[in-house]
Structures are given as C-alpha cells and as structure tokens.
Design a protein around this ligand. Structure first.
Ligand code: GAL
Length: 974
C-alpha cells in the first residue's frame, strides 16, 4: 500500500466536500482534446475540478469484427444519453502466440479509442489481464495454459506473460487518457478478483500500469458483495473500488416472476474517499439456460430498469456507473467460453445483436438524459425523505449539499409489489413545504426533483420526471415526462405573475402571488406544450410528455448550441450552418420530424434529404421525412457441396502432422493414459483438431476406449481403418469438483474383420474444442483444463497406439492473421481454404437447397455465393437463419467471406439467426458463404433454413467499408 500511495500522487485528488463546482456533465466533448486533470473525491470523478457523473455502457469491440460498425454502436450508445463506455480489452484476441501481438484491422483498438474520443465518450479501460466476459479463457490467451505459474497470481511465469500484454496494450490506452487529450478517464485492473487472491499480484499489476504511463484513477470491479476481497484497503487496494451487481440473476426462462433474487441492487460504498462505483450494473443477462435472448431482454426490461436503476442512483449516490451490456454482439469464431454461452452474445441488451434499438434503449435514454443533464446529482448526501401518507409507498432522498437540490425516489415500499397506489407526500423542499400528489402504478419508480435551478428557471418541485433541458433559441426548453394517463404537477417560481400560454394539450395553471409559485396541473397524454414568459425570468418552453413521447426526443450538441430533435428513429449528430440544421439521423418509416434549434434556423436537411419545414407555434421546425427504400434479399438456391473427411482414410498422408509424443504437460490435469494428447500442448488451441493413431492389432481388440475434453456441447467422431464407428459427447472437466476421472468417455466397438492381426491399423478422431474455460476462481485446475483427447486405449489388447495431431494450419503461427487465431481450426476444409472466398468449387455437386443433400457422418462443405446491392445510405442488418427444428446430430460452422460468424447447433433452440455484420458482408457486391456441416449419424439431409433475413431497414446508418482480409488466391495461391 505504501508503494502504491506514492504512485497515486500523480493523480490530482480533488478532496473536500465543496472541492469541485457542479456543472452540467453532458459536455464531455468540450473536455476531449487538450490535457486535463482527472481527480475524484467521495462524491464523483472530476475533470479540471468539474464534477462528472459517469454513465457508461459496456461494449466489446471483439464481439463486432467490423470497425466502422464500432462507430455505429458508439453513436447509438451516446445517443441514448451515455457519456461513457466501459471497454474490456481481450488479451487472447490479440495474441496467438507468446510474444506475438496484433493491433491491426478488427483488432485496431487505437482506432476504437480514437472514435470514443471523437464522440466525446469517456472510457473506462479494462485490459484485465483477466476479463471473464464469457469469452474463451476469460480473455487469457490459450497459449498461457502451457506457461508455468498460476494464472492471476504473482508467479514469475505468469508475471512475465501478462507484463508483455500490458507492455503492448498500456501505451495505447495511455495515449488516449483524458490527461493527454483523450477520453480514457479510469483504468480497471483485473476483474472480480475475489477467489484465491494474491495481493502482491494486485499491487504489481497496478505498479505496472503506472510504469506504463497510466495516470488516471485505477478501479476494480468486485463481485457478489459478501466477504470476497474488494481491494478497498490493504495491499493491492485500488483508488476507486467498484461493485458488480446483477440483481435479476440470469434467470431468463422466468422473466415475469423474477424480481431481484440477487438483492436490491444498491451499490455498496467501499471507500470513504472515493465515489460509489457501480462498475457492472446488470443491463441484460447471459442466457445460461438457453431460453433465448428475448427472454433475457424481458427479464431486464424497462420495469426492472426503472425500479432498480433509480433505486440505486438515489439509494447509493453512485456517480460512476457502467451498465453491462449496452450492446452485446456476437462471440464469432471460437470466442465463446463454452460453459455459459453460445455464439450470440446479444445479452438481451438495449441495443440488439443486429444493432437495433429496443424499449430498453428508450428507458436508458430517459434515465441517461436525466443523469447527465441535472448537474447537482454529481454530489449528493442522503437526506430526509418526504413522508407518504400511505405506507404502501416508500421514499428515499438525497440532496446536493451546495445547491440544496433534492432527489426523491418514490416507489412501492415492498419492492416486489405491482399495486396501483395514489397518495400524497409531505415534502419539505428547499423552497417550502408542500403536499405533493404521487402515484405508483405497477412496477415503477420515479426520481422527483425539488429546488433545482433549471437553466434560468427555478423548479420548486414536479411529479413529472426530468428528461433534459437546455437553453435553445434564447429560452429554456425543458422536457418532463410521466406514465401515460397519470396526473402530473409542476411548480415553478417567479417574482411576478408570468404569462402562461398552453400551445398544445390540456394544462391548468395557477399563480400564487404570496409564494411566487406557478403551478401547472395536467394529465400525461401525448405531448403538451406550455410557454411561460415574464415573471422575471427568461422564457421557458415546457414540453410535458408521456414516457413514450419523451423517448422520441434526441438531444444533440452543436457548435451553435443544443438542438432537440423529435421523431426520427435515431439522431446521431447535428450541425447548424447558414440557417440550416443538418441532421445525421436514422429513419425507419416516413413521418414527422421536429427540430428545436437556434432561432436563426430555417432549413432542415436529414441525411441527404432536404426536408420542407414550417415553423410551429412552439418555435420549432416541423416537416416530413421519407422512409427507407424497400429491400429484397436474394434467396440462396444454388449450392455446391462435397464430403470432406480425407483424414479418415487409412492411406492419408499425415507425415507433416505433429507427433503427439510428449510425456509431460504444464497442465495440472495429467492425461489419463500417456502420452499427452491435449491439443494445446502441440500449439493447436481453437476449433476442431484431428488425431490419427496407428497400432498393430493383435487380433484381440474388440473396441477402442477414448476420453475427450471439449467443453460443454462439444463432440468427437471416430473412424477405424476408414470406417466410421461413432461419436460421443466430449467432457467438460477432468479431476475437479465433482471429481471426474473419466471425462467425455466413448467406447467404440471395432467391427469384426475391420482390423487384421499384424497389419497396421489407423484410428482417426476429430475432436471439437468449444473454447477454453474461464478462470473466475484463479485456479489452474479449472483454467488449464486440457482440450482434445485425454485418454485412449484399446479394449482387448495392450497394443500401443502412436498418435499424430493436426489443428489449424500453422498452429500458433497464423496463416491468416487478419481473421486471427479464433477463426479456424483444423478441419481439412479450413486447412486448405474451403471457407475462403474464391475457393474453386466448380467440380462439386450442385443442389438447390441444403435439405436436398443426404449427408454421411463426418464433415461436408456447402458453398454458395450471393450478390447484394442494398440501397445506398441505408442500414440493413442481415442474418443467416436456420430452421428451428434442426437435427441434434448436426452442427454447422458458418463462414461469411471466410469469417467464421458462429456455430449453429441443430438442437439448440435458442439460436437460429447468425448475424452477418456489414463490413464482413459486402453490401454492394458478391458474398461467399461456406458451411461446414459436422454430422454424427448420417441419418439426416442437410440443415433446414439457410436463408437471408433482415431485422429491418432504415435510411441512415454509418458508411461501412469492407473489412480487408485475404481470399483463397492470396492465401493458397490458387
Ligand atoms: C461479471 C463479469 C463479466 C461477465 C458478467 C456476466 O461477473 O465481470 O465479465 O462475466 O459477470 O455476464
């Protein structure tokens, strides 16, 4: 701790309760560029002494292999009101081999951080070294399993390995820090480091970060509350310890009744001198039980968000929040960690895997706009809450000690209640004592504000919630909202009676000359508009909407001030030039667009469409935009296929394969029968691995008995002397709890006459590796679980078997670095480039559909091409859809233009759609689709479905360039 303390001096601490002036926190773009000081105190982070409420969404660049689409997602995250992103950096994604790193193409994180910076999004950088994240090895590279020394400890072998990673990633992060003109505002070390901890390691990782130039505050995300070490004090302590909270658990199959089984989700304060940090707050769920992500989205839907997020903001006073996930994406290739997830990592997030916006996005927007608009929220202490007349309603309050502004949470006293209760609050506000009517209907919670200097106005109190407000066109414009059909009241204060004009809707007003209170009473319904002027204050346009209406607003900062836009499906950015407002917006249907901007604004351009507008009585510009053009996707009716299992043939030449003759392994899990057969010991880490064994039969062999470890849902297939003898499910774990000395066992009878005494026989085994275990418990007996064959013996004879092994061509020396280490394994087709565009398949058999083709057991490849010419300037997310009733005996690797976009499992009902992200997908050109079907029984025709679908089209989007990657000719010289 002493060592750390001296290192920490580089960070300017803004200590003391009144230390930093409050100011709006939505102005992140102002602070990006130039050098700034980052500090913090018990209330919040500060930049140049100004308080920040960090409202961040989690995004995994490695789950979206199309850098131009990073911008799309980051813009969507920003447009939802987030002012930050939380980013894991995935060691294994960048490093195929010890000492080898790649930060180009889809791995160009310098570009990613540059984008965040341009968009004015603060970044919490989370480079691990361990990240968990339901990805292979929890982000640790597979080669680390062969490195001596316990992972996530101060053991020298591991230390040298992770320091090399940090040597590479830290300088990239460091140059993007706020302190150097970038937007990285905090640096998170390790991840939920709570089991088997080594405080020296925690200290060393931080020391390394400081040596590498990290000078922003260091954070950590603690898991699960309870008694796990949280690094708030002692050796290894971090400056800002945070907490991960998943109050809804991962119970996606049961979204309707689940309500906070894992607690009330109030983030714990871990240090008195640092802000409360909700490092990962649940914003979706992994689909642990294969319910499908729509159920996870329901589990963590707007009801949950309203009640838990708002309760947390007022309950904990957290001013640093990271919502996990804002966009989940795709665990393409061999990115998934096998035991918890499959290809899709949609996560039930607010932004879908197809980058679509959901009702959860609207809820984020309502809360995020509020959190980043109302500056006094950056510094609050618990305060006396108004007392409800009905005890069924519960209240909780915080207030800002400098401004007096109060934030009152109103919700059911019993947090599980879904009753409809109306009552009054006895509320002592900074501007007087009031009886305030409130209603909580169903699963709801509100944060009501009192005593707030809203621009040039004084908000005494309101039972509507604040969306946002800004000075626009010489007046204050404020958007308030409430649930459809609920009553609302808003009280503002003036020195003399103001003039009140109701422009739209029904709003009653009364003025009390004694107090100076103007009271507005209304029912939330559509969008009411009230213009208040005079009374000793600048004019105010008050927009009073339902929650739905509020979510239709977009707040955009331009060089000419704030602009509010209403009506488009998304608004990314705006500029005002020569009286014209230019919007970069997405439009998913024809309809109204309204812009509240500078009074000089007269014209409107949306995308490339010039929109005819008129000025409304509200002073805004109103016009109609046209919708997207229709999109017709080609049907896939021209396939070519072939069976491709040459390795099974006895005469196959495997002389170039690696001899599997090792007798020792770094893994604490030793082979059941020697030699070591684990593929990782021979440098084959991902996807499928072939084994070929030779033995000289005695004539007494009746069967071959194998063990393979594949991770959950993995399989292996076996041939003897070229004949298929069956398949088995791979094991998940060996030698751990519950102890399983016999994982993934399969006994394969050798048919009589197939092998002859004294005549060399071959056994060929194809073993899938579904990905590597994570290391949540910092325990090598879990993390270093082998993959591949784990035991092999003949039944009936002691004849020894000698083995050769082959995985991805080149092993750790990648032949295709652009697509990287997780793209292919060792299928024959992968080794010879069958998955690549341009592979010569002209001699293959043709079929009109996949289901036309009878498949023998083993591997078959199916290729087709399709041409797209999507409307220019549109965003059309496309997926490949398989049938719901797939065969349990089939699995399909899907390659789009050579990129492995995932694995369809015939019996996994949770996923039939495979995202084909633009960039990998040529939106204006020819695409190649290659499917590797692995079939275990030969009873079925090819998989059903296999058609292109879209989840919707909009005008707008971002320009997307093709992601460069070599084709067949470049890689195989064909
Ligand atoms: C957290 C962890 C994340 C992710 C999440 C569940 O515990 O830090 O990396 O695994 O759980 O999706």
């Amino acid at each position: 701790m002493r060592v750390l303390a001296s290192l920490l001096l580089v960070v300017v601490l803004a200590l003391g309760a009144g230390g930093a002036a409050a100011r709006p926190v939505d102005a992140a773009p102002d602070r990006v560029g130039g050098r700034h000081q980052v500090g913090y105190d018990r209330y919040s982070l500060t930049v140049d002494g100004e308080r920040i409420l960090l409202w961040a969404g989690e995004f995994h660049y490695f789950r979206l292999p199309s850098p131009d689409l990073w911008r799309d997602v980051l813009e969507k995250i920003r447009a939802a009101g987030f002012n930050g992103v939380s980013l894991y950096f995935h060691w294994g994604y960048h490093s195929p081999k010890q000492g080898v790193y790649d930060f180009t193409g889809v791995r160009d994180v310098d570009r990613l951080l540059g984008m965040a910076e341009e968009l004015g999004l603060y970044v919490v950088a989370r480079p691990g070294p361990y990240i968990n994240a339901e990805t292979t090895g929890g982000g640790l590279p597979a080669w680390l399993k062969q490195v001596p020394g316990r992972a996530r400890s101060s053991d020298p072998g591991y230390t040298a390995a992770y320091r090399d990673w940090l040597d590479h990633i830290d300088p990239i992060i460091a140059r993007h820090q706020v302190t150097r003109g970038g937007s990285v505002i905090a640096y998170n070390v390790e991840n939920e480091y709570g089991a088997n901890v080594d405080p020296l390691y925690m200290e060393q990782v931080q020391r390394k970060a400081r040596e590498d130039g990290i000078d922003v505050p260091i954070t950590h995300n603690n898991c699960c509350g309870g008694n796990l070490p949280n690094w708030s004090s002692g050796q290894g302590a971090v400056q800002i310890p945070g907490v991960d909270d998943y109050p809804q658990s991962f119970d996606c199959p049961d979204p309707d009744t689940t309500w906070g089984p894992w607690g009330d989700g109030i983030t714990r304060r871990l240090r008195e001198d640092a802000p409360v940090y909700a490092a990962e707050y649940q914003a979706g769920a992994i689909d642990l039980f294969d319910a499908g992500y729509e159920k996870c989205r329901q589990l963590t839907g707007p009801d949950y968000m309203r009640v838990f997020y708002k309760s947390n903001v007022v309950g904990s006073g957290a001013t640093m929040l990271g919502y996990y996930m804002a966009f989940g994406g795709t665990s393409w290739g061999w990115l998934p960690q096998p035991n918890d997830v499959y290809t899709s990592y949609d996560y039930g997030a607010a932004i879908t895997e197809g980058r679509g916006l959901t009702p959860k996005y609207d809820e984020f927007k309502r809360q995020g706009y509020f959190a980043t608009s109302v500056a006094p929220l950056t510094k609050t202490d618990p305060s006396a809450a108004p007392v409800p007349a009905d005890a069924a309603v519960g209240t909780l309050a915080r207030s800002n000690p400098d401004t007096g502004t109060q934030f009152v949470l109103v919700r059911h006293a019993d947090r599980a209640s879904a009753a409809d209760v109306t009552t009054t609050l006895d509320w002592s506000t900074p501007d007087g004592r009031y009886r305030v009517p409130v209603r909580i209907a169903g699963r709801d919670a509100k944060i009501l504000v009192a005593g707030y200097d809203l621009g040039g106005q004084r908000l005494v109190w309101s039972t509507s919630e604040v969306l946002t407000h800004a000075a626009i066109g010489g007046r204050d414009v404020a958007v308030l909202h409430g649930r459809d059909g609920e009553n609302g009241s808003t009280v503002l204060r003036y020195s003399s009676a103001p003039s009140v004009r109701v422009l739209d809707g029904r709003v009653a007003s009364s003025y009390d000359a004694a107090t100076g209170d103007l009271r507005l009473d209304y029912r939330h319904s559509g969008l009411a508009r009230v213009l208040v002027s005079g009374g000793g204050r600048p004019p105010l346009l008050l927009l009073l909407g339902t929650a739905e209406e509020a979510a239709r607003f977009w707040r955009l900062d331009t060089g000419s001030g704030t602009v509010l836009v209403r009506g488009t499906a998304l608004a990314r950015s705006a500029s005002v030039l020569g009286g014209t407002v230019r919007l970069r917006a997405d439009v998913d249907r024809a309809g109204e667009v309204e812009v509240f901007g500078p009074s000089s604004a007269r014209g409107l351009v949306v995308g490339d469409e010039s929109v005819r507008v008129r000025r409304t009585p509200s002073g805004s510009l109103l016009g109609e935009v046209s919708g997207p053009r229709p999109v017709v996707l080609p049907s896939l009716t021209d396939w070519r296929h072939r069976v491709d299992v040459p390795e099974a043939a006895p005469g196959f030449d495997d002389s170039r394969w690696t001899k599997a003759d090792r007798t020792t392994t770094e893994s604490p899990i030793k082979p059941k029968t020697p030699p070591v057969l684990a593929s990782g010991d021979y440098g084959f880490h991902h996807g499928n691995t072939w084994y070929r064994g030779r033995f000289t039969p005695t004539g007494a062999e009746t069967a071959i008995s194998l063990n393979a470890i594949t991770g959950r849902r993995g399989i292996y297939l076996v041939w003897v002397n070229g004949r298929y003898v069956g398949s088995a499910a791979g094991g998940v774990q060996a030698d751990s709890e519950p102890v399983n000395p016999d994982p993934g066992r399969g006994d394969f009878a050798i048919p009589a006459g197939l092998v002859e005494p004294g005549k060399p026989a071959t056994v060929s085994v194809l073993v899938e590796n579904m990905g590597h275990n994570d290391d949540w418990t910092a325990d090598d007996t879990r993390f270093k679980q082998p993959r591949g064959l784990f035991g092999a013996r003949l039944v009936g004879s002691d004849a020894p078997i000698t083995w050769r092994v082959q995985g991805a061509e080149g092993g750790e020396d990648l032949t295709d670095p652009a697509r990287g280490p997780l793209n292919t394994g060792g299928l024959h087709g992968e080794r010879v480039g069958t998955h690549l565009p341009g592979y010569p398949d002209r001699t293959w058999q043709r079929s009109r559909s996949l289901t036309d083709v009878p498949l023998p057991p083993g591997v078959s490849w199916h290729r087709t091409e399709f041409r797209l010419d999507l409307p220019k300037g549109h965003d059309v997310p496309i997926a490949l859809r398989f049938a719901e009733d797939g065969s349990p005996n089939q699995r399909v690797l899907v390659f789009l233009n050579g990129w492995n976009v995932g694995q369809y499992l015939g019996d996994l009902a949770a996923q039939q759609d495979f995202a084909l992200p633009a960039g990998l997908l040529r939106e204006h050109g020819v695409n190649s689709l290659a499917l590797a079907v692995i079939d275990t029984d030969g009873a079925d025709a090819g998989p059903g479905g296999g058609s292109l679908v879209t989840t919707g089209a909009s005008r707008g989007g971002v320009p997307v360039r093709d992601v460069p990657a070599p084709g067949y000719a470049e890689l195989h010289g064909g």
